[in-house]
Design a protein around this ligand. Structure first.
Ligand code: GSH
Length: 211
């Protein structure tokens, strides 16, 4: 398989973790999101993903998949062990809810594209952009902190989709200096996951395009 990725992209980071958990080997195709206005905007990459975002995964049969959650569910369906969602339908819905608080609520507001828009189109100062970033992470993390019960992972003693989304978001929060002292459960889940090789190998600084 081929993964179009950028070392700092948290959406690509999620997919890297899932690939590692499933024990799948893949080739990384780096797409630089910053250089020259973003290599993701080049026609060659637009041909891969018309949305011009990473990640994109090319399957062994040559299908190109986009959107990290869709890719991860594809990996889970084609390689069921170890499962990334619990069996019980209520538990599945709860794990998906944790994942979606991150992937559908926090991340879209704090992604490179909206931050760039705040700066370039709306002329906001860096301090206002940082405040925006912190606000949405803190709001989302407050909900997550109330919802998770580390045992030691976000949903019990098996790693799930919730952990796969949480760890990259915590990485970003630390990079952007969001204070995490109010979130001991989140910090605990992150530490438990970081101890696993699948998470460790997916870290941004372990990627071939790391800077
Ligand atoms: N919802 C998408 C988000 C993908 C996304 O926004 N990727 C970012 C990096 S984390 C990106 O490629 N941004 C480049 C841009 O928008 O110019 C997913 O989960 O895959």
């Amino acid at each position: 398989m081929k993964l179009y990725s950028y070392f700092r992209s948290s959406a690509a980071y999620r997919v890297r973790i899932a690939l590692n958990i499933k024990g799948l080997t893949y080739e990384t195709v780096p797409v630089h999101l910053i250089k020259d206005g973003g290599h993701n905007k080049r026609p060659e990459y637009r041909a891969v993903n018309p949305q011009m975002k990473v990640p994109a995964l090319v399957t062994p049969k040559g299908e190109t998949l986009i959107q990290s959650l869709a890719i991860i569910e594809y990996l889970d369906e084609t390689h069921p062990l170890p499962p990334l969602l619990p069996k019980d339908p209520v538990a599945r819905a709860k794990v998906r809810a944790l994942a979606q608080i991150i992937a559908c609520e926090i991340h879209p507001l704090n992604n490179t594209a909206p931050l760039r828009y705040l700066k370039n189109q709306l002329g906001q100062e860096q301090s206002a952009i940082d405040a925006w970033y912190h606000h949405w992470v803190l709001e989302g993390f407050e909900a997550l902190e109330a919802l998770i019960e580390p045992r030691p992972y976000a949903w019990g003693n098996d790693v799930t989709l919730a952990d796969i989304c949480l760890v990259p978001q915590v990485f970003n929060a630390r990079r952007l200096k969001v204070p995490l002292d109010k979130f001991p459960k989140i910090v605990g889940v992150d530490a438990a996951c970081q101890a696993l090789p699948a998470f460790e190998r997916a870290r941004p600084d372990r990627q071939p395009d790391a800077e």
